[in-house]
Every structure is written in structure tokens, then in C-alpha cells.
Design a binder for this molecule. Structure first.
Ligand SMILES: [Zn+2]
Length: 61
């Protein structure tokens, strides 16, 4: 079983938000939602998207 995990801290945010999902694609909307509500990022730039993508970690259980 694998899962994908993202932490705000991984992209240098001073924030303890973390999220995990079975598919990396499932993380993106949750991260976007969080970025919007917690960090007032109404738009996710390509730059940020890349940062987020490289910060997503695959975990094996
Ligand atoms: Zn955050």
C-alpha cells in the first residue's frame, strides 16, 4: 500500500498543515484549497505547482 503525503513545511511555509492521499492527484485539490483558505493564495502559479509536486512524498506501508 502506498500513499502520498504533503506538508506545508516542505515548501518552506511556517504552517503545520499536512495531507495524505492514495493518489498524488487527489492531493492537489486539497492543497489548493488549503493554500486558498490559509495562505490567501487564490491562484496556484506554475512555480508553486512545481514546488508542491516535488514536495509530495511517496510512502510505503
Ligand atoms: Zn499551510
Amino acid at each position: 500500500m502506498t500513499s502520498y503525503q504533503f506538508k506545508c513545511q516542505d515548501i518552506g511555509m511556517d504552517c503545520d498543515f499536512k495531507v495524505s492521499a492514495k493518489k498524488a492527484e487527489d492531493l492537489i485539490p486539497q492543497i489548493a484549497d488549503h493554500a486558498k483558505s490559509a495562505h490567501e493564495m487564490t491562484e496556484i502559479s506554475d512555480d508553486l505547482k512545481q514546488k508542491v509536486n516535488s514536495a509530495i512524498k511517496k510512502k510505503f506501508f
